[in-house]
Design a protein around this ligand. Structure first.
Ligand SMILES: [Zn+2]
Length: 187
């Protein structure tokens, strides 16, 4: 997705010319859905999550909360949280997975049920540091917001929505500006 920056040329006021240029920092991609509302209170609940992933998730939601994007993550004891969080030893190769149901009708924008589910795979992530796990959880919360994967290098502009381990080595802390721009665009 590209943001377009309009500039009005003084020399062409009569024609009201608008020059559109791509903004290279806006490489984010959006997924099919989002949570309800422009600034949602996003409830989450752990279901039998071990201390390693619970800690990673808590640090990840804190990171999203301290940057200036819509939405705020809050724990709930409700049986129907907006993010259902689990960990376990899963046979598939993924580190973590967020699943959702896309809106169906053309005018709908929200996840069906206004909820997503997350699984963190203890089988494949045993060698990841606590810091790496935090990055993985920040990535998964990006999916929960409605962000999709993107390609990046640290030098081209870091993004936590990169799928892989390159992002572990980028300077600064995620979610980076590109990730934040994606959420701001979405909400
Ligand atoms: Zn992903």
């Amino acid at each position: 997705m590209r943001k377009l920056v309009g500039t009005l040329s003084a020399a062409m006021m009569a024609a009201a010319a608008v020059v559109c240029v791509p903004w290279p920092a806006s490489a984010y991609n959006l997924n099919c859905g989002k949570f309800d509302g422009p600034n949602p209170t996003i409830t989450y609940r752990f279901f039998d999550v071990g201390p390693g992933w619970e800690n990673a998730f808590n640090q990840a939601q804190y990171r999203w909360d301290v940057v200036h994007v819509p939405g705020r993550f809050v724990p709930t004891s409700s049986s129907d949280p907006m993010i259902e969080v689990r960990d376990g030893s899963y046979a598939d190769d993924f580190w973590a997975r967020t699943s959702w149901t896309c809106p169906i009708l053309p005018w709908q924008t929200n996840w069906i049920g206004n909820e997503v589910k997350q699984k963190y795979n203890t089988r494949t992530t045993g060698s990841l540091s606590a810091e790496n796990k935090k990055y993985v959880a920040i990535h998964e919360l990006g999916h929960a917001y409605g962000l999709a994967h993107e390609s990046m290098t640290c030098s081209s502009g870091p993004a936590v929505m990169e799928q892989g381990s390159e992002k572990f080595h980028c300077a600064g802390l995620p979610p980076w500006q590109d990730d934040q721009n994606g959420v701001i665009d979405k909400y």
